[in-house]
Design a protein around this ligand. Structure first.
Ligand code: DGJ
Length: 723
């Protein structure tokens, strides 16, 4: 059979187009999920069904007429929260979207993209709903594009990425809020009737206060391994709004409308004729197998499609931020390279404080914007550091914060028009800095140039940490002039323009996304980054919670976890916590004893040996830290031959019951040797059965008892299939 024919057959199989009576049904489906839409006699697109996939697509014929608009618009007869609202050139704020046609694209065996074209019958305004279905990963990615041919700009007042409806009488929302150093506080709450919004207005970053990712369980709160779960994540690095309208009245039963998109706050967007406005992508999954399966779906999608080079092997590293802050010289740095070598990591990461000459970056008060190495601190330049690191057998990486400027900088003096600040009100500094105006193409060129210059002058730089340390306040773009309502949207798109150029030129470069901690933990920016800095708070107990929270949406390979001086826990405990993410260190190796250095080196070797399992394996969360004094999770590789189990006691109390760790995700029929690793030489394994062989069935049903007596004890088990 030729390839085209195979593709056509696959398309018919995966994105089904059924004609039932006069109504047309469009089915977007993955291996286990279906979203069925129907066009009614009035050309209105309706959501017919969303949930577990039917084995037989003729099942859709049995559905009554759909009761839910698939993308409701404001101004005519829909009185709930709309997906879209515009003001036409004549001032009319009504919008009707009629089905026109749809097409199906099949970029590869796994992905089917359905494009549904809609049009207003009165105005030349066109909307396309795009649905990319990832078959194996059970993920659907949806976005909207808007275009018109009116005589002047149309005002986009609301422009959601998606509109989905779930039917039930109760809905439980799991979401995450926080602040600097306290990211990812979990809350699970029953949604009240009415409208509940999760949103941010931070401008430069999506999150920190609220994550644009969430889970919904209809009926009752979902468990880890069972229950219906809808998980969604908005890929957008700017202001977002996740709206949940819980409608529990009327004859048709209760339903929840999920309306994710850019936050329309201060963003009535002027869309010029014939230009296309693309909304951010909304990524979602649906499963009846609990939150664990929802996470595994998202992780599989993220590694393959969602983050930059998901399967690129991450480099373990030593960062100097907490070891030196701004206080270092060229020689101190070169000495620190020895520490990196001793503990066996791949790379040394030079953090903030290396640049600025007229206004040296001795503190966070000056220098941002002037990306030349400081001649006093680094008289021989960055090249000297790269060379010396390599001579010692490690790679070299560097920190930048290219979207920002300190008033004490050459850049501020030379380009006051490149800075976001109100012309007629005082500047509002945060961390002594202001935001550059990325809506301006010249500023985009500058920011891209920072990377281009640094990386072409020093082509062997092997890692970039890209920081963004303040949100927007008192923001005004001189470039946008009277069109300030475009600022928030155009800033994020300006950032993406820069990142696209950077990635085109430096595809293999490993890049960490940082925003004063976890301010940019979202898939809009992660499309260009390999990983993100989860929080400036590296206290291991707090990290157990944060990393657990992030794990609902992001794979371990993307969650940077460093061993630092935060917290009074043992070095082993700190390492055991950091090893469940992307491992790094931010310590003074010189302060460690030889025994501790050997311990670090062994742990780094263990991590590298197991990195594929931890970074790309399937995650099973076993004991949640919430309402517990312990936590445990494990990763299993795709062949189920290898697994790694992490177990932690946090603050235990007398009488705490130690549960057996019942594992998950193993092959019940396989035999596994269980070995505890990262053991301190004078200590016995906490798992007394270390070294013994058990069946997968035993490990998953009975599990292993653990002997982590007392607070702040941890252990890691390596499981290997034996014949
Ligand atoms: C904030 C980051 O989160 C830290 O890790 C560090 O890079 C500082 N910025 C440097 O200014």
């Amino acid at each position: 059979m030729n390839k085209l024919l195979v593709n056509i057959l696959l398309v018919c199989f995966i994105a089904v187009f059924v004609i039932t009576g006069n109504a047309q049904t469009i089915v977007i489906q993955t291996q286990s999920t279906s979203l069925a839409l129907r066009v009614n006699n009035n050309k209105q697109l309706q959501q017919l069904y969303f949930g577990n996939r039917f084995s037989d697509t003729s099942a859709y014929a049995a559905f009554n007429m759909a009761r839910t608009p698939a993308f409701p618009t404001a101004g005519i007869n829909y009185n709930n929260e709309p997906a879209m609202q515009v003001q036409h050139v004549d001032g009319n704020i009504s919008l009707q979207l009629n089905y026109v046609d749809h097409s199906i694209e099949k970029p590869n065996d796994d992905i089917t993209i359905t494009h549904i074209n809609l049009k207003d019958p009165v105005y030349p305004l066109y909307v396309t709903l795009h649905f990319a279905a990832y078959n194996k990963e059970n993920i659907i990615e949806e976005w909207t594009s808007i275009r018109h041919e009116e005589k002047a700009p149309v005002i986009l007042m609301r422009y959601a990425s998606s509109f989905l409806s779930l039917n039930d009488n109760n809905f439980y929302l799991t979401h995450f809020y926080g602040d600097w150093a306290s990211e990812m506080q979990l809350e699970e709450t029953k949604l009240p009737g009415g409208i509940f919004n999760i949103q941010s207005k931070l401008g430069t970053r999506a999150t920190n206060s609220e994550l644009p990712s969430f889970m919904i369980s209809p009926g009752k709160p979902a468990e880890e391994n069972e229950g219906d779960v809808f998980a969604g994540s908005l890929a957008w690095s700017g202001n977002f709004n996740l709206q949940f309208e819980n409608i529990q009245y009327g004859r048709s039963g209760g339903s929840l409308k999920i309306i994710p998109g850019i936050n329309a706050y201060a963003s009535n967007y002027l869309l010029k004729p014939k230009e296309t406005f693309n909304t951010p992508h909304f990524i979602f999954t649906y499963t009846s197998k609990g939150k664990g399966q929802a996470s595994r779906n998202l992780h599989a999608w993220a590694l393959k499609y969602g983050v930059w080079n998901g399967y690129q092997t991450r480099q373990t590293l030593l960062n100097n931020w907490e070891a030196t802050y701004f206080n270092f010289t060229q020689d101190t740095l070169v000495n620190l390279f020895d520490g990196a070598k001793k503990i066996g990591v791949d790379l040394f990461l030079l953090d903030d404080g290396w640049f600025g000459n007229k206004h040296p970056r001795h503190a966070d008060t000056a220098g941002l914007g002037d990306w030349q190495a400081n001649k006093t601190i680094l008289p021989d330049g960055i090249g000297y550091l790269v060379k010396n690191a390599e001579a010692k057998g490690i790679n070299f990486g560097i920190w930048i914060e290219p979207e920002m400027v300190n008033p004490k900088s050459d850049l501020y003096e030379q380009h006051p028009d490149w800075i976001l600040k109100l012309p007629n009100r005082p500047e509002d500094l945060s961390r002594n800095q202001l935001v550059l105006d990325l809506t301006n193409p010249k500023v985009q060129d500058f920011v891209y140039g920072v990377l281009h210059n640094l990386l072409t002058e020093n082509p062997r730089i092997a890692y970039i940490k890209w920081d963004c340390n303040r949100p927007m306040t008192n923001a005004y773009s001189q470039y946008l002039g009277a069109n300030q309502q475009a600022l928030y949207v155009d800033y994020a798109n300006g950032l993406y323009n820069v990142l696209q150029r950077v990635r085109k030129e430096f595809p293999k470069l490993e890049m960490m996304l940082c925003s004063g901690g976890g301010g940019r933990a979202e898939y809009g920016a992660l499309k260009y980054f390999n990983e993100f800095w989860a929080s400036d708070n590296t206290d291991p107990v707090e990290r157990i919670f944060m990393q657990w929270g992030y794990s609902y949406f992001f794979p371990a390979a993307t969650i940077c976890a460093h061993v630092t001086n935060w917290g009074k826990q043992s070095l082993k405990y700190k390492i055991d916590v950091a090893m469940q993410g992307k491992l790094g260190f931010d310590i003074r190796v010189n302060d460690l004893s030889n025994k501790e250095i050997t311990f670090c080196k062994t742990a780094v070797d263990n991590y590298k040996r197991l990195q594929n399992v931890i970074n790309y394996g399937s995650l099973y969360r076993l004991i949640a830290p919430y309402n517990n004094s312990a936590a445990s999770l494990m990763f299993v590789d795709s062949s189920k031959q290898k697994a790694v189990v992490f177990a932690y006691n946090m603050y235990t109390k007398m009488g705490d019951q130690l549960q057996n760790i019942q594992m998950n995700g193993l092959d019940a029929t396989k035999q596994y040797e269980v070995k505890e690793i990262n053991l301190e030489d004078d200590k016995r394994p906490a798992f007394r059965q270390s070294g013994k062989i058990f069946s997968g069935e035993f490990l998953m049903n009975e599990g292993l008892g653990w002997y982590l007596r007392g607070s702040l004890q941890s252990s890691i088990l390596e499981l290997t299939e034996v014949n």
